[in-house]
Design a protein around this ligand. Structure first.
Ligand code: NDP
Length: 340
């Protein structure tokens, strides 16, 4: 069987995080319903990923997949393929649980669903707080973060951090927190380099983790997105030069910027391909070519949250914000392996 060796980055608190992980968000279909039918495929994909050498898994309460993620990890531990401390698991506290005690309870519930004794990293998923009816709760994320600090102090988690925080929100958090966040998970892609936010995180020793790193490269629905697409001649030529694919080039480019990536794939050859990026170097002249694609384009804009307090992105001028999809407000935990 093919194997991959994935290096670690160091977190400021002494813990290590594998530089590439496996994303477990199965996404929403065209009716904005969660793609629950892919759960069995996710289990198979994760088993394969562990077998070939992945050690880092990114999940969240929202993804409904914590039971499945925990099931696979525990199975591989029982089989002797890995030990618990070989694995790095991230989960996230959803917008419904932003009061300090609720955030703490959410971490405990995630532990139960994962079937683990501790979680490696817990993040505030978004700085926005919305209840299950879609009401803006306007809870300060500092309050939420205190719940994560308590979870860390009580040994439930090894590291804590945030996701989708902009620079101003991060500065405010740093000014008021007791335990500095170890990670900010944000979207960074070839045309959304987030240079200012990434260098701020670096200056504060906060590790950036990039989600949806392929942006519109692999997504069919983003057909009207600005270049590049996966068949871009310039990217294609560069990828050929290194005997790699365009997606590998993108993941390597982000790695060389010191950014962790967590690509999601249910396809075995892609799972292998995505982690086979640690055997080449993109020359600085080629890095400069890749950097030119940066145009601040965000492939996933949750515009329906724009009206809520603490929305982290630049606001768009439009009256048509739409309602928050029901599937982001209410769900049953787990899909196949439900353990509420
Ligand atoms: P990705 O950028 O990882 O893209 C996933 C898509 O790309 C899938 O359709 C997959 O198809 C396809 N794909 C994967 N590898 C390849 C490849 N080598 N060649 C061609 N196509 C490929 O998007 P995600 O949005 O899933 O982001 C990754 C992870 O980030 C999520 O799973 C989740 O864990 C996290 N995330 C966090 C967010 C946050 O708010 N903090 C927001 C969004 C995501 P297939 O599966 O069919 O192979």
């Amino acid at each position: 069987m093919d194997k991959v060796t994935i290096p670690n980055f160091h977190l400021y608190n002494g813990n290590e995080i594998p530089a590439l992980g496996f994303g477990t968000w199965l996404g929403l279909d065209e009716r904005l319903e969660f793609k629950v039918w892919d759960a069995p495929k996710l289990i198979d994909a994760m088993m394969y990923a562990i077998d070939i050498g992945y050690r880092h898994f990114d999940t969240a309460h929202l993804y409904r997949m914590e039971p499945e993620v925990g099931f696979v990890i525990n199975k591989k531990i029982r089989e002797g393929v890995v030990q618990r401390d070989d694995i790095f698991v991230t989960t996230k506290v959803w917008q419904h649980n932003h009061r300090t005690d609720d955030a703490y309870a959410s971490v405990k519930a995630s532990l139960g669903r994962l079937g683990l004794d501790y979680i490696d990293l817990v993040l505030i998923h978004w700085p926005i707080s919305i209840d299950t009816s879609g009401m803006d709760e306007r809870i300060d994320y500092l309050e939420t973060y205190r719940g994560l600090e308590n979870a860390l102090k009580n040994g439930l988690v090894k590291s804590i951090g945030v996701s989708n925080f902009n620079l101003r929100q991060l500065e405010r958090l740093l000014a008021h927190c007791e335990i500095k966040p170890a990670v900010n998970q944000i979207q960074v892609t070839i045309n959304l380099l987030e240079k200012e936010l990434v260098s701020f995180c670096k200056s504060q020793d906060i590790q950036v983790v990039s989600y949806s790193s392929f942006g519109s490269l692999t997504r069919s629905y983003a057909i009207d997105a600005p270049p590049p697409k996966s068949d871009d001649p310039c990217l294609d030529e560069l990828a050929r030069k290194y005997n790699k694919t365009v997606t590998q080039l993108v993941l390597r480019f982000l790695y060389q910027r010191g950014i962790v990536t967590i690509p999601k794939s249910l396809t075995p050859n892609r799972i292998l391909e995505n982690a086979s990026i640690f055997d080449f170097d993109i020359e600085s002249s080629d890095v400069a070519i890749l950097e030119k694609f940066d145009c601040g384009y965000r492939s996933d804009v949750p515009i329906f949250w724009q009206k809520y307090a603490n929305y982290p992105f630049e606001k768009q001028e439009t009256e048509f914000l739409g309602d928050v999809p029901e599937s982001l407000l209410v769900w049953k935990n787990g899909a196949n392996l439900d353990v509420d």
